[in-house]
Design a protein around this ligand. Structure first.
Ligand code: GLC
Length: 554
């Protein structure tokens, strides 16, 4: 059971092929380059790689505008290279998840080209059309400030087409059975090539009813069961990890009451309140979000993250909370995006403060669910705010202090490698950090190893314990009679907390520190006094060292 539901205790690493490693020297990362770095990823302890879109694309939205779902963009290599990569991962016990971007295609996709040219074409109904500009066309844009409408006129089709995202991304008419059949075919194709599942892009929009007459969103949740059933017929252990920034009240609609829809969802509620907690040293909204998202079917799982390839979306926070995060982590207008988010990477937001980075990562690793980390964050990479929109946080991986950070031999990388202090590749790179036992890279590796040895986090039930202050978060997880406890101090000054270990037999009340020798023993009254340094954190196993040795069932 433990291995079957592999995603319950996984560590997912998200990367885009183009920015990871360039083997052929054309300035763009590729599959052969990525293959050379698989041992690095295995050494880091990654158990699954999430590849961002790599199919042929005009690249107007970082590959989220696809022109052929069954191929590899020639910049990244060939389908053969993909298969070699998939095999390389399999040999190392690393699973592969890929992006499934089926809410829309590129406007250059042959389906759209045919649809717009010929009203009689069967592809016409693969997209969403209107004769007149729909009255609410200017509402519901996803990229305010850059996108002005969700409907645009197509001169060739002589009709209006719907696009939830940019105007070059026409929405597929996902209610059309032929489109649904094609989506299944796409999944089947990549499953056959060895992937273990999909990060499904923009799920609420995929399943929304689309059309000129749609005013309020209406979700067609049954579609999710259709995808799920197909997936499980083809590959028993394949999963869908949904990008769905929705309210907790609808979580079960996505997971399915019986766990018969999506396996995993990103926890946007926890992500946003976590950044508020870091910014304001106030864990109360985070605790609320943790509790609001705790009820889910046994086989379902949250994907937790700090940063991803998009802006840090703070749209679900209250105005006051959002302002606190902006003030702390993105005060300048150039750091903000779409009126709701921050386009910086983690390390610069935390001003490169090592203690705070560790705190943030320790929180991520111990959140109920499965951690999803972003390439480069393991070495504390920075951002380049001179690049437009979300590209600021998509610069090439910094491997060494060689020119262009060892990413490419070309003089013209597709995006510049960061070369300004303090986050330039001369100072922040994997090669240097590998040699330094105290580097953030080696710290991350150790913490990831320990995370995998604590399956209670991915599988168990958690409880937030009172710490006496909103600045300190204490959580206990229980699973199969094992108990672990995590303490995090979000304050910029030391704190002491006191607590008693309940339900443990006498002699088994010791708190064994999993990351250092600094164990905690109760005083005569059974109370622990835990002194946490600024941004300090502790991972404890409850039950004492002897108890630890008695465990047999992980
Ligand atoms: C998702 C992706 C984002 C992309 C959008 C349109 O939100 O995360 O990067 O721009 O979908 O596909």
């Amino acid at each position: 059971m433990i291995n079957d539901l592999w995603y319950k205790n996984a560590i997912i690493y998200c990367l885009s092929v183009g920015s990871f490693m360039d083997a052929n020297g054309d300035g763009v990362g590729d599959f052969p380059g990525l293959m050379r770095r698989l041992d690095y990823l295995q050494g880091l302890g990654v158990t699954a790689i999430w590849l961002m879109p790599f199919q042929p694309s005009p690249m107007r939205d970082d590959g989220y505008d696809i022109t052929d779902y069954y191929g590899v963009d020639p910049r990244y290599g060939t389908l053969g290279d993909f298969v070699e990569f998939a095999h390389g991962c399999k040999q190392r016990g690393i699973r592969v998840l890929i992006d499934l971007v089926v809410n829309h295609t590129s406007d250059q996709h042959p389906w759209f080209q045919e649809a717009r040219r010929d009203a009689q074409s069967p592809y016409r109904d693969w997209y969403v059309w209107a004769e007149q500009k729909p009255p609410k066309a200017d509402l519901g844009v996803v990229f305010p400030g850059v996108q002005s409408s969700t409907w645009d006129h197509d001169d060739v089709a002589k009709a209006w087409y719907f696009h939830r995202f940019y105007d070059f991304q026409p929405d597929l008419n996902t209610a059309n059975p032929h489109v649904q059949a094609e989506i299944l075919k796409i999944m089947g194709f990549w499953l056959q090539l060895g992937v273990s599942g999909f990060r499904m892009d923009a799920v609420p929009f995929v399943i929304a009813k689309k059309g000129a007459d749609q005013t309020d969103p209406v979700e067609q949740y049954d579609m999710l069961r259709l995808f799920r059933e197909f997936l499980q017929w083809r590959e028993g252990d394949a999963i869908i990890l949904a990008e769905a920034n929705v309210l907790p009240a609808t979580d079960l609609d996505y997971f399915g009451n019986d766990g018969d829809r999506l396996h995993m969802m990103f926890n946007f509620q926890v992500n946003q309140t976590l950044f508020y907690a870091l910014a304001a040293a106030d864990v109360r909204p985070l605790v609320k979000a943790l509790e609001a998202t705790s009820g889910k079917p046994a086989t379902a799982q949250w994907g937790n993250f700090l940063r991803n390839h998009d802006e840090l979306d703070l749209g679900r926070l209250s105005k006051k909370q959002r302002k606190a995060v902006f003030d702390a982590f993105g005060p300048e207008p150039g750091m903000q995006l779409y009126g709701r988010g921050i386009r910086r990477r983690l390390a610069p937001m935390l001003q490169g403060c090592r203690a705070r980075l560790e705190l943030a990562y320790s929180l991520l690793m111990t959140l109920p669910g499965t951690p999803v980390i972003r390439y480069g964050d393991e070495i504390g990479m920075g951002d380049d705010l001179s690049l437009p929109e979300r590209n600021a946080a998509r610069t090439p991986m910094q491997w060494s202090s060689e020119p262009h950070g060892g990413f490419t031999k070309s003089d013209k990388p597709f995006l510049p490698v960061i070369d300004q202090a303090p986050f330039g590749f001369q100072h922040v790179n994997a090669a240097q950090q590998r040699r330094d036992p105290n580097s953030i890279l080696n710290w991350t590796e150790r913490v990831m190893r320990m995370r995998k040895e604590v399956p209670e986090i991915g599988w168990g039930r958690f409880e937030v314990l009172p710490s006496g202050t909103p600045q300190v978060l204490v959580r206990r997880y229980e699973w199969r009679n094992n108990t672990v406890m995590f303490v995090h101090n979000l304050a910029a000054s030391p704190r002491e907390i006191r607590l008693k270990v309940k339900r443990a037999a006498p002699g088994e009340q010791d708190l064994v520190n999993l990351l250092s020798d600094d164990h905690s023993y109760p005083d005569k009254t059974g109370e622990h006094h835990i002194r946490l340094e600024t941004y300090g954190y502790r991972w404890y196993r409850v039950g004492g060292l002897d108890y630890l040795l008695k465990r047999t069932d992980v």
